[in-house]
Design a protein around this ligand. Structure first.
Ligand SMILES: Cc1ncc(C[n+]2csc(CCOP(=O)(O)OP(=O)(O)O)c2C)c(N)n1
Ligand code: SF4
Length: 246
């Protein structure tokens, strides 16, 4: 019988530990499909984050190595420089990338490191209880902003993709979402392109993925997915932010 659907070869069959409706599992699957399609399973090395995806190495049949909080771009840089023939990616949440590791990511992008970053923006610190992240929207309630984020006290939602796009070393940056099938298809194309930019040795590439954390948004999975369309993309519009790969 012809097989029409299956788990990517580059993934294990271990069930995800993520909450129902979480976007991390979708993003993992897209990465797995892209690795299979590009035929790079034997030479891809991933660097997982802190945050809910900290044990993502259980889910991939590839080499992965953990890094300290926010330091994945530094670890990935070291691996890539020692093994330029490998395909090296980091996977980071917004707490990991946009708060704890802001300096690491800016300088990795500016240096034009030949690595790829998958940046999962779910607007909160998911793993540790839904605290405010730098990406939390104005007025958004979190466990540390029970009255809603107030710009006068804690500033504005940070636009990391736009910031990194102004560095000369960044080549390809796109913002996508995984809240519905049409967006998931575009997200996969973007992830594939980001890896291709690395394969062509062009410079730093990143895909920012707007993702749902129903638990900490205190919404059903369906409402969390709708919230991305109705609210989140007003602050974080989808699309290509920079493409110098051509
Ligand atoms: C230096 C340091 N800061 C913070 C923490 C606690 N910590 C571990 S995971 C995490 C949240 C990460 O959230 P995010 O990167 O947004 O990922 P998510 O869980 O939402 O996927 C935090 C704050 C820590 N252990 N050490
Ligand atoms: S807390 Fe949020 S980000 Fe973490 S697994 Fe649950 S839904 Fe996903």
């Amino acid at each position: 019988m012809k097989k029409i659907f299956g788990r990517p070869r580059s993934m294990t069959d271990k069930p995800f530990h993520y909450c129902p409706g979480c976007g991390h599992g979708i993003v993992h699957r897209l990465i797995g499909e892209v690795i299979d399609e590009l035929g790079i399973q034997d030479r891809t090395i991933g660097v997982p984050p802190v945050g809910c995806a900290v044990i993502m190495y259980h889910y991939f049949n590839i080499d992965m190595t953990e890094a300290a909080h926010g330091r994945t771009p530094a670890v990935a840089t070291g691996i890539k420089r020692v093994h330029p023939d490998k395909v090296v990616f980091t996977y980071q949440g917004d707490g990991d990338l946009a708060a704890i590791g802001t300096g690491e990511i800016i300088h990795a992008a500016n240096r034009g490191e030949r690595i790829t970053t998958i940046f999962v923006n779910n607007t909160v610190y998911g793993m540790t209880g839904g605290q405010m992240a730098p990406t939390t929207l104005l007025s958004q309630k979190t466990t540390t902003t029970p009255l809603g984020r107030d710009a006068r006290l804690i500033g504005y939602p940070i636009k990391i993709s736009e910031m990194l796009a102004i560095t000369d070393g960044s080549i390809y940056i796109e913002r996508v979402a995984v809240n519905k099938p049409a967006n998931i298809i575009k997200a996969k194309k973007a992830i594939k392109k980001a890896f291709q930019v690395q394969l062509e040795d062009k410079g730093f590439s990143m895909v920012e993925v707007l993702s749902q954390c129903p638990v900490n948004l205190a919404m059903t999975p369906q409402k969390a997915a709708e919230w991305i369309d109705n609210t989140l993309i007003k602050t974080y519009p989808l699309g290509v932010i920079k493409d110098k790969s051509g």
